[in-house]
Design a protein around this ligand. Structure first.
Ligand SMILES: [Cu+2]
Length: 453
């Protein structure tokens, strides 16, 4: 989603005879014509446009309050950058001279630390230590030469407890000057966790560990945009985390290799095959794999409560307890009371909800899958891999070949699927495989990697 300011910024660049940011990025990376860096796809987000200024690739970040819709039915009062949380992804190329203006439109001071970036001490952004804090209404200028490539982050280094828990963070991605291998789809997912009391709209920054909302790019399932890939695409997923917990991010149907962190790329001899990658606080993790298995594959945090929405904690364990007649009797005292949990928690979603509050698991309506409800919320999205995709728009649900769907024992054919539309995840910015980035697809891959070795 582009903010009005970003659009204005882009149109000024266009009017000045400059090319689109994507085209500019491609133009800056033509040292290896046969192999280019793909533009990063930030699901439910976007990359920050830039312009040339005094030979610097120049960006303008605006720290400001942001209202973010986590999923249909839940809007949250956050702080972020340029109308977004996480802030827009900043992309540059190794060797670039980068200038970043940071304008503070928050009601308190802030600063920006460039996490993992090798730069002069006075540009490191720790308020009090490396600079004075940026007061409300002030704009500061950061400038450095990019000496590395990999997945870095930006975040405040002033009142971190409040500013992190309100959503202030973003990707800072440095592409290699000479890419060593072909990447077709380059995704970026920023993890975060929040405490938002059911019925309220503003995160509680005082929460230390007992969070109740867990997000990919500040969205929860079913609000998370799916990752779309063609069969055979080589995929990179960059995951970043500055929350209070670690998050083991798990992919289905494939194995990936851990190829890099915020410390830089791992040598190929050190790539580790995994299906889950733990992302500790204060780190980024890059994984790569070939999308060699078509279908709709879950991609999620493997901590169970992190794939649920506003879970009420402190509940008594009722599994196996006979509660027959309890609801009827309690309803005389508390209208609307429901006895729950005798045979698990699958019946919880049918209870009434306070305003601006999501179901624990998104069971109904726009979270319906092709076979019924998808009992997930929080840090969950879908990796959709298809043969013969014309664009990277959402292709809908996977059409399984006959005989490849689990079905009741004793039947010989797959059961009929109910007709169903893809879930509503809103914005789509994944682009199409046509245009200059099509070149990437034609490029030879010198280090072939199969997903199943
Ligand atoms: Cu998690």
């Amino acid at each position: 989603m582009l903010s009005r300011r970003n659009l204005l910024f882009s149109s000024v660049a266009a009017a000045a005879g400059l090319l689109s940011p994507r085209r500019m990025l491609a133009a800056a990376t033509t040292t290896a014509p046969e192999r280019r860096n793909p533009s990063v796809v930030t699901p439910n987000g976007s990359s920050l446009p830039w312009r040339w200024e005094d030979g610097c690739k120049t960006f303008h970040l605006i720290a400001e309050p942001v209202v973010r819709e986590f999923a249909p039915g839940m809007k949250v009062n956050c702080w972020g950058y340029n109308g977004q949380t996480p802030g827009p992804t900043i992309e540059a190329v190794e060797g670039d001279r980068v200038r970043i203006y940071v304008e503070n439109r928050l009601p308190e001071p802030t600063s920006v630390h460039w996490h993992g970036v090798l730069l002069p001490n006075g540009m490191d952004g720790v308020s009090g230590l490396n600079q004075r804090a940026i007061g409300p209404g002030e704009t500061f200028k950061y400038e450095f030469t990019v000496k590395q490539h990999g997945t870095q982050m930006y975040h405040p280094h002033f009142d971190e407890m409040v500013q992190f828990s309100m959503g202030m963070m973003g990707f800072l991605i440095f592409h290699p000057r000479k890419p060593q291998r072909r990447i077709d789809r380059d995704f970026a997912i920023f993890l975060n966790e929040w405490f938002i009391k059911p019925g309220t709209s503003t995160p509680d920054p005082a929460m230390m560990l007992d969070f109740n909302v867990f997000t990919f790019n500040s969205r929860v399932f079913p609000g998370t945009e799916p990752l779309i890939a063609r069969l055979g695409d080589r995929i990179r997923i960059r995951v970043a985390n500055i929350s209070m917990d670690s998050h083991p991010i798990h992919v289905h149907g494939h194995t990936f290799r851990w190829t890099g962190s915020d410390g830089g790329p791992l040598p190929e001899t050190a790539w580790i095959p995994e299906t889950s990658i733990n992302v500790p606080p204060g780190t980024t993790r890059d994984v790569e794999f070939v999308a060699d298995n078509p279908g709709d594959w879950a991609l999620h945090c493997h901590k169970v409560h992190h794939t649920m929405n506003q879970m009420g904690h402190g509940l008594p364990v009722m599994t196996g307890v006979d509660q027959s007649g309890v609801s009827e009797r309690l309803n005389e005292l508390i209208p609307g009371y429901m006895a729950m949990g005798s045979s698990g928690m699958g019946d919880m979603p049918d209870m009434g909800l306070p305003r601006n509050t999501l179901l624990m698991g998104s069971h109904t309506g726009n979270a319906d899958g092709p076979f019924g409800s998808i009992y997930m919320g929080g840090m969950f999205t879908i990796l959709k891999i298809r043969k013969n995709l014309k664009s990277y728009e959402d292709p809908g649900w996977y059409d399984h070949p006959a005989g490849t769907v689990a079905s009741p024992a004793g039947t010989t054919s797959s059961p009929e699927k109910p007709a169903s539309k893809p879930h509503e995840h809103h914005s789509s910015n994944q682009g199409t495989p046509t245009g200059e980035f099509q070149v990437v697809r034609a490029a030879a891959c010198s280090t072939p990697m199969t997903g199943r070795r």
